[in-house]
Design a protein around this ligand. Structure first.
Ligand SMILES: Nc1ncnc2c1ncn2[C@@H]1O[C@H](COP(=O)(O)OP(=O)(O)OP(=O)(O)O)[C@@H](O)[C@H]1O
Ligand SMILES: [Mg+2]
Length: 281
């Protein structure tokens, strides 16, 4: 794994969000450093998706502050709200790439057409250059022959890797993933997880919401447990899961079968962390 810098790429401070009377984010603080992989876990409804959508302003928080590479994307303290032009917001937002559960691709277009759309329209990259970059990204995602294929001809796992390639084409500073494999059949998850693993090895800064505790344990530099709208506890996976200090975290991870497979290495403090994914095989 590549080194994590001390530089904060994404800073989230005191984020609050309500839907009507339901207070979903109740003051979330989180810093993500360059090269760091942060896996967000927590029960359904704990606010993970809401937080991720706030991070790139797909959704406006009610209160708090979001900085990307030091540049404010959002700031509202009390009634004092920082006013940014849509151009300023777009410039900061472009630093984030977001991968959803359900791919969000154009089904009637080819893989390459999906990937080059934003570079052509937003960045005005010449078509030949954008297409060459798209093919390179497809190769990186393990899909060297998928360029001319229509999305409807591809599996969910292939589509999700194209969705990742599409985001990478905009050269983001940080990638945000919201349960990238949860819509996939189990046999298709592996290739997507491998692609994300590869990005981590290349030093990409990432925030990954996942229910795959085993994957998070293996990949994350830091696991963050969200509970009742706040960061309840966080830390390097091994320390966090070993510490057993948060009973709600223990109850949460205990529900997952992957956790059972981790119990071997976790139970023996001297044992090295697993070198292969507990999800495999
Ligand atoms: N657009 C919305 N309008 C109203 N309520 C919402 C909206 N989006 C989310 N909620 C509610 O906010 C709470 C947090 O939802 P969120 O999707 O952030 O949770 P989550 O941790 O991502 O859950 P899951 O693991 O099921 O994806 C839930 O109670 C949800 O019903
Ligand atoms: Mg969610």
């Amino acid at each position: 794994m590549t080194a994590i810098s001390t530089e904060v790429v994404l800073s989230v401070r005191g984020i609050e969000k309500s839907y009507g009377k339901q207070h979903v984010l109740c003051g979330v603080d989180l810093d993500v450093h360059r090269g760091e992989v942060v896996c967000l876990i927590g029960a359904s409804g704990s606010g993970k998706t809401s937080l991720l959508r706030c991070m790139n302003l797909l959704m406006q928080p009610d209160q708090g502050e979001i900085l990307i590479e030091g540049a404010p994307l959002f700031r509202c303290k009390g009634t004092e709200r920082l006013k940014l032009s849509s151009r300023q917001v777009s410039a900061v937002r472009l630093k984030t790439g977001m991968v959803f559960q359900n791919f969000n691709l154009f089904p009637h277009r080819t893989a390459v057409e999906n990937i080059i759309e934003a570079p052509l329209v937003v960045k005005k990259v010449p078509r030949a250059e954008a297409e060459a970059q798209a093919r390179e990204l497809l190769t990186r995602m393990g899909l060297p022959d998928a360029g001319h294929k229509y999305l409807s001809q591809l599996s969910g796992g292939q589509q999700q890797r194209i969705a990742i390639a599409r985001e990478l084409a905009m050269q983001p500073t940080i990638m945000l993933f919201d349960e990238p494999t949860s819509a996939l059949d189990p046999e298709l998850e592996g290739d997507v997880l491998a692609a994300i693993r590869q990005l981590a090895a290349e030093g990409m800064t990432m925030v990954i919401v996942t229910h795959e505790i085993g994957f998070a344990y293996e990949l994350a530099d830091r696991m963050v447990f969200m509970d009742q709208g706040v960061v309840a506890t966080s830390g390097p996976p091994r320390e966090l899961l070993l510490a057993d200090a948060n009973p709600r975290l223990a109850a949460f991870v205990g529900r997952f079968t992957e956790q059972a497979r981790l119990l071997g290495p976790l139970a023996a403090p001297a044992a090295a962390p697993p070198t292969t994914s507990p999800n495999k095989g």
